[in-house]
Design a protein around this ligand. Structure first.
Ligand code: GNR
Ligand code: NI
Length: 177
């Protein structure tokens, strides 16, 4: 396994539409492994392949640690979603404060469907369908958005989005000098 560099805004690659994984082979399993290691190291609860500059429809996630504000230790639950699709979404919406490893240290509330049904392939190429709610529903929608070049700031007011994009554009220019 290896930790890969996470790209941040305004990197234009984050706006690419990622390509479906054609075959779940050793190369894809290695990429998924590296994504999990990169995600845990960051740390984050989800990661889309494009965040490490790989435009493939591949997501990793582990929301287990998020429930860990109590005493008991929660075991890690690494998950991999290949070619994930939302097959249905609830009319009911819910609000979560979201963050993104590609927009470091910026958090805002986003409203999304409270529940979604998601279809995906696992690392054996087997099809699954699952109902997601709560943080799982929010996170899988956030990650699938990445596969389509969409960022959570796209749901905010133009004022807020412009402000955060500008801040990171300035920082990138200073770093390049
Ligand atoms: O680590 C992450 N936390 C998070 C919190 C609320 C909603 C979505 C997320 S995903 C984010 C990691 C990330 O950027 N995934 O693309
Ligand atoms: Ni993100």
């Amino acid at each position: 396994m290896a930790i890969r560099e996470i790209i941040i805004i305004p990197d234009k690659q984050l706006r690419l539409v990622s390509k479906p994984v054609e075959t779940v082979n050793a190369e894809i399993r290695k990429l998924a492994d590296d994504m999990l290691e990169t995600m845990y190291d960051a740390p984050g609860i989800g990661l889309a392949a494009i965040q490490i500059a790989q435009p493939l429809r591949l997501i990793t996630m582990d929301i287990a640690k998020r429930d860990k504000d109590g005493e008991e230790e929660i075991k890690p639950r690494p998950r991999v979603f290949i070619n994930p699709e939302i097959v249905s979404a609830s009319e009911e919406l819910s609000v979560y404060e979201e963050g993104c490893l590609s927009i470091p240290e910026y958090y805002e509330e986003v409203e999304r469907p409270a529940r979604v049904r998601v279809r995906f392939l696992d690392l054996d190429g087997k099809v699954h369908e699952e109902d997601a709610e709560g943080l799982y529903a929010t996170c899988i929608q956030h990650e699938i958005d990445h596969l389509n070049g969409v960022l959570f700031v796209d749901y905010l007011s133009k004022l807020k989005r412009d402000r955060v994009m500008k801040k990171f554009t300035k920082a990138a220019k200073l770093a390049a000098k």
